[in-house]
Design a protein around this ligand. Structure first.
Ligand code: PAF
Length: 197
């Protein structure tokens, strides 16, 4: 498995594989991988010739008072897990690599649902998600992409974006993976006290 950190180098390794007709599966993540991400990676490895796991903590989907600074980061462990599950590439770009001119001027947004449900409490969140996911689709050249049903509004908006913008990509929803207690696995669970859990 190879760790790739630039847009050009990912394109360089993926293009010849795509030319050979290999299917490319993308598993977008923000890192701190757990068994929920593992389930997405396993599905991609089972169904696609090549699996790319992106690990990018996307600043433009975090609000001012959200947890961008304290979000757990552990690229080495993430790469080990991805490799053990059969991924071929981890794409781990810096913020400067993804947004060389600062926050992008061109963004992708959903005009209706982004302000509802979870979006009502996180202004700008889904615009940041749809923008980075579009970039990751275009950079990776994937044919398949895998998202967990835990983030239900996210996967719904991504499916709709793919349809609206004619991305030639099949979106796969993967079932929620839960702790024995029943709580859905999430990188943010480590913020919870026993009582909150
Ligand atoms: O679900 C996530 O981890 C993120 O929202 C995603 C899809 C990787 C985009 O940054």
């Amino acid at each position: 498995m190879q760790i790739v950190t630039t847009v050009d180098s990912l394109r360089q390794v993926i293009k010849p594989l795509a030319k050979q007709g290999k299917t490319i599966g993308l598993v977008p993540t923000m890192g701190a991988l757990h068994a929920g991400h593992g389930a997405l990676i396993k599905e991609s490895v089972k169904e696609c010739d090549v699996t790319v796991v992106s690990v990018f903590l996307n600043p433009i989907q975090f609000g001012k008072n959200e947890d961008l600074d304290k979000y757990p980061k552990r690229l080495e462990a993430d790469a080990k897990l991805a490799e053990s599950l059969g991924a071929d590439f981890v794409f781990a770009p810096s913020v400067a690599e993804m947004y060389p001119d600062g926050d992008p001027l061109t963004m992708v947004r959903d005009e209706t649902l982004e302000g509802m449900y979870c979006g009502a409490y996180r202004p700008g969140h889904f615009r940041g998600v749809l923008t980075v996911v579009s970039k990751l689709f275009l950079i990776s050249g994937c044919n398949h992409a895998y998202f967990g049903e835990k983030d239900y509004q996210q996967v719904f908006l991504i499916e709709r974006m793919v349809k609206d913008l004619n991305f030639d990509i099949q979106i796969h929803r993967v079932k929620i993976v839960r702790e024995d207690s029943g709580l859905a696995l999430s990188s943010r669970n480590e913020y919870l006290t026993d009582e909150e859990r």
